[in-house]
Design a protein around this ligand. Structure first.
Ligand code: SF4
Ligand code: SF4
Length: 488
């Protein structure tokens, strides 16, 4: 499967490897991959990095801020908490903008660094290569023993080893399912599902069972096929990469023509001794020497394998390394290509917009508008009133008790009903009368400034208007009155 059409010299004159998948036999049957355990500096670094990522993945749901999860992705109820800040359905525009920014970032990142994400950060690779594959080596032995065990009939050894492995796989899948649910519904809600009888949390129980089954299926059987056949990011590599993208590549100029080392013979071939070590460690069953391929998840196993070989034959490391195609061919390192510059500009614009929206986002939104279609009401005691609609959106985790005061003149405010107290993450619509002595209203349109308070703290200042009795001199103005008051 082609990522970039490589030139004939890079693929050693043959493109036939693109006609088949490394994990499928000619008959169409799946070819099970038994990669040799990689060893080397990149593998060590990835093990440490994976450990840190797993700590973050399993630990973050337990972190709280002011009694609430630090991170929460409650997709079902459209409630999100990012770094302790709540976001709800009212913040949909922020979610949309964040998604667009993330997609552009992925484009930009991939154009420069290729599939670095796949090899180092993607949970599929982290769990497959740094958790489950290690269990295979621990229980079943190296790649040769794994193959032998699979090919053997069901004897005592096989039943014992496979049974033990399945139990561990299932237990970890169950843990991963719980972890995923903790990110979605929070640790407290998850605890209730785990502790309470199933009858009280049927949907939660079904979710855990389904997720456990899904992860178990992926890691015990589906494995590398998730990256090669399903992952949309993997499928997009063909359009995201270009010859300047940094990928894991074989330096064909240095390695070719490849050939075995022959004793007592002066070597005239390239540095590749055709030992196949880079192929046997590959978890997706490809030969990186054929060129950049869609199946490559940038796991670095072939770099370590080849570096170990180079050490043994006393040649410089890096026959397989992080490098762009142009880096091999022209020995250049060009990061800021026109495409990358274009992505960067769009990314900066999107990030600026997102930062602006995030920093100007208020925690409580209040709008006060004169009730449409209403003019003014004559009240007893020579008073005159206007009816207003007040809408309050409480985006915080706390109950908000809303009070309003007139700031620019004396008058009365009467809130109707009992809607002054707004529950967390909820909106409420309240009606209120504002009234003045009739004689104090001298014009048809009197500007008002209303202060909105919660817990005694001013949270917003709103400008609106008050319609008064129309006197002769105001008749003409009446027609020009703007019924849609501005509000802040
Ligand atoms: S080619 Fe190398 S980096 Fe790519 S998947 Fe195979 S071993 Fe990993
Ligand atoms: S490990 Fe290195 S030397 Fe061996 S076949 Fe692969 S590229 Fe050639």
């Amino acid at each position: 499967m082609t990522v970039n059409k490589l030139e004939t010299e890079e693929t050693n004159g043959s493109e036939s490897f693109r006609d088949s998948l490394g994990i499928v036999e000619k008959s169409g049957k799946r070819k099970w991959v038994y990669p040799k355990e990689p060893k080397g500096r990149y593998t060590n670094a990835r093990n440490i990095f994976s450990g840190i990522l797993l700590l973050i993945l399993f630990g973050t749901p337990f972190i709280t801020k002011d009694g609430h999860p630090f991170m929460l992705f409650d997709i079902i109820n459209r409630k999100f908490i990012l770094f302790g800040f709540p976001f709800g359905p009212h913040d949909f525009y922020l979610l949309g903008l964040t998604m667009i920014t993330t997609i552009v970032f992925i484009f930009l990142f991939t154009a420069v660094f290729g599939r670095l994400f796949c090899g180092w950060v993607c949970p599929q690779t982290v769990f497959m290569e740094s958790v489950f594959r290690k269990i295979d080596y621990w229980i079943e032995g190296d790649h040769r023993n794994q193959r032998r065990l699979n090919d053997s009939s069901w004897n005592g050894e096989k039943i014992l080893k496979k049974g033990f492995k399945y139990i561990i796989y299932f237990s970890i899948s169950f843990l991963v399912a719980n972890m995923l649910l903790a990110w979605i519904i929070g640790v407290e809600a998850l605890e209730k599902i785990v502790v309470a009888p199933v009858s009280e949390h049927t949907s939660g129980f079904i979710a855990i069972t389904l997720f456990t089954g899904l992860f178990y299926f992926i890691f015990i059987w589906f494995r590398e096929q998730a990256c090669i056949l399903v992952c949309p990011y993997g499928r997009l590599q063909g359009v995201l990469l270009d010859p300047n993208s940094i990928v894991i590549a074989y330096d064909y100029l240095r390695g070719e023509p490849k050939g075995k080392i022959k004793r007592n013979e002066e070597r005239t071939l390239g540095d590749c001794i055709d030992c196949n070590e880079c192929v046997v460690v590959c978890p997706t069953g490809i030969d990186i020497r054929n060129g950049t391929q869609l199946e490559c998840v940038n796991c670095t196993a072939c770099i370590d394998a080849c570096d170990n070989v180079m050490d043994k034959i006393q040649k410089p490391r890096g026959l397989i390394r992080y490098v762009s195609q142009n880096g091999i061919k022209e020995k250049t390192r060009k990061i800021f290509t026109p495409r990358v510059i274009g992505y960067t500009i769009v990314q900066i614009l999107l990030l600026s917009l997102l930062t602006f929206f995030l920093t100007t986002r208020s925690e409580i939104d209040v709008t006060i508008l004169r009730t449409p279609g209403m003019f003014f009401q004559e009240q007893p005691n020579d008073k005159v009133s206007n009816l207003y609609d007040m809408k309050v959106l409480n985006k915080t985790f706390e109950q908000q008790n809303i009070e309003v005061k007139l700031l620019n003149r004396e008058g009365d405010i009467k809130i109707l009903g009992d809607n002054k107290s707004i529950n967390p993450q909820e909106a409420a619509l309240t009606k209120m009368f504002i009234s003045f002595d009739k004689k104090s209203i001298t014009t048809m349109n009197t500007p008002l400034v209303i202060g909105v308070y919660s817990g005694g703290i001013e949270i917003q200042r709103i400008t609106t208007s008050f319609l008064g009795p129309v006197e002769k001199k105001d008749q003409d103005e009446k027609h020009h009155t703007d019924d849609n008051e501005d509000h802040k």
